[in-house]
Design a binder for this molecule. Structure first.
Ligand SMILES: [Fe+2]
Ligand SMILES: [Fe+2]
Length: 208
């Protein structure tokens, strides 16, 4: 069983651009954001939910596009397919969730289900997928994958930064979840063309 504190501690031992360190830090933020959304009310609840949606869109898309092709070789096709399927299922659940009244009881119940599913999924990545990846890749390969993720995050930041409110970089996370996934995919496919942010880059492993 993983938790945010363990994930941050493990990430802190790795280079800043190590892909596994970045993903571990994002897992910790995802766990905390679920708690924040549960606890918040009104506008704050909406803002936290939007932050969670943006982070999940970038995180799961990055795993699918950057990590999974390598994991297929290092951890096996069965393992990679199972993780991809869990991510697709979480995407479907999130798209359903955003159609519900955020202040209603059904939202809370669905959010709880998604939190459990996403938390278990992250735990399986950490225990079944990351170790063979670390064993099979060079440190430079892991850092090069991490840099790709960090570059994409400049076009699709997962931290809200008020200075850039209204800028294209701040606007990328607006709209239905399905369109966030498309934009996250675009940012990860051609990160150099998508550099829109002028503010501080949002690094995945930044502490809250
Ligand atoms: Fe994932
Ligand atoms: Fe993950």
């Amino acid at each position: 069983m993983s938790n945010a504190a363990q994930e941050r501690a493990e990430a802190a031992l790795l280079p800043e651009d190590d892909v596994i360190g970045i993903l571990l830090s994002q897992h910790a933020r995802i766990r905390d954001l679920f708690t924040d959304v549960h606890r918040a009310q009104g506008e704050a609840k909406r803002a936290k939910f939007d932050e969670l949606r943006a982070l999940l869109a970038v995180h799961e898309t990055a795993e699918e596009m950057i990590l999974r092709p390598v994991a297929e070789k290092e951890a096996g096709e069965k393992e990679a397919d199972a993780r991809n399927e869990e991510e697709a299922e979480a995407n479907r659940a999130l798209a359903e969730l955003e159609r519900l009244d955020i202040a209603g009881p059904r939202f809370e119940a669905k959010l709880g289900e998604l939190e459990r599913a996403v938390g278990e999924h992250a735990g399986r990545e950490e225990h079944e997928e990351f170790p063979p990846l670390r064993a099979g890749c060079s440190a430079e390969q892991l850092r090069s994958m991490g840099r790709r993720l960090l570059t994409a995050e400049k076009a699709a930041p997962t931290h809200p930064h008020p200075a850039a409110a209204g800028s294209p970089a701040a606007q990328w996370a607006v709209g239905p979840f399905a369109s966030l996934l498309d934009r996250a995919r675009d940012a990860l496919s051609s990160p150099s063309e998508g550099l829109m942010g002028t503010g501080p880059a949002s690094l995945g492993r930044e502490d809250r």
